[in-house]
Design a protein around this ligand. Sequence first.
Ligand code: ADP
Length: 464
Amino acid sequence: MARILLVDDAADTRHFLAEKILVPEGYAVDIASHAEEALALLAQRQPDLIISDYLMPGLTGLDFLAAVQSQGFEIPFILITAEGSEALAVRALRMGVRDYLIKPFDIDDLLQAIHRVISTPVRRTYPAQEVAFFSLLNDVSSLLIHLDENQQVRFVNWPAQQALGLAEPGLPQPASALLVHPDLQSLLASAELREAQLQLPNQRTYNVEVASRPGLGQLVMLHDVTTLKELDRVKSDFVTAVSHDVRSPLTTILGYLDLIGRAGPLNEQQRKFTQHILFSVRSITELISDLLDLSKIEAGFDINLEPTPLDVVLRYAAESLLTTLEAKQHRLSVDISPHLPPIMGNALRLKQLMGNLLQNAIKYTPPGGQISLHLYADDGFVVLQVADNGIGIPLEEQPYIWDKFFRSENAVDDYPGTGLGLSIVKTIVDAHRGRIWVDSAPGRGSVFTVMFSGIHDDTSPTPR
Ligand code: ADP
């Protein structure tokens, strides 16, 4: 609904126009009896159109328009006057008045003028203070784009203009016309995706972050992560190379450890020492295979996605951990809803994901605990919950548990681990375009929830 600010010192005219004409036509109307009162209403009411009388006590209609403009507002303006002088009309039009009506005017003429002005794109810019603030945003290195609720681009900071190849774009402009980069377009079109990574024509990679608020539109922020990505790649390559080289001597050590016992009887002390060696070598082997897995999944080598029933994978993952579960005397409850849609997935990696979550639940729960697996459908998604009543994770550490090698304070000394399990889980979830989060409290336990798009008969089997 368009909002009109009507300014006239004649109370009769003001009320007649507002109540008998404009409101019945569907406009929201604010009224003011003089320019100063109208100026005070501007920022708060944000009108789409101002209709103002010319001759009023205090500021004239055109003085009022000048004041509006000097505050940085560009609001369409219709001037009404009893004095039909050509000089005034010229002055008014020069100042940007969009229409000019001479009293007494025909109501139809007024309505047509309003309609004409409102149906041509409204150029509303920011008040002066905000303009100054936005100019400051030209100095930040991140790319910033502001879109209003109608997907009109209202602001593009200087670095964004350069990166997107936009030379001084006239604003506002529809996002679909201005931001033509296909990845950026699909990102803005997607109602759900709020974080992503994309490469722009300047060959740099950006992390995209979108903040939105009803009434304010969206702020799209692109942070340059090219150097970090390159560093990450070099590090991953290095780790992969070293891991490969370390794995074969480890296999040899494990082989010989096995042979020692067969070569002849060991005394008690020798047996204890070889057990220690075996334990250490197994820990390193586990670390190496986690690292290699991680780099393989990150590189996307083996993520071939095909319709996969998660219930089958979950049963399989749970069965392979039954011995470990029984060794700690945990109770396991499994609740799988019937008729779950399959998801586009890689069964091997999904089993690894579930296995890691379940292993953690078993490991970080003192003996005799309760572990629960729940698999169900919710609004087109298939949701897995792995819950335990174990040691829990302190709230302030929860954001970091997905990082490589992170181990929380309450676990690091008492429980063995590499700190890679959840990084692998997160990487697998990302490769499936799923989501994962944790709810946990120290001493009470943890619930890990994973969510994937289900495949439905009426949609193509592509994850959302
Ligand atoms: P690891 O278990 O090898 O240490 P992970 O990456 O699987 O590594 O987990 C990272 C950290 O998150 C763990 O060290 C532990 O502190 C915490 N954590 C993960 N799962 C649980 C859980 N179910 N209960 C309590 N803490 C957990």
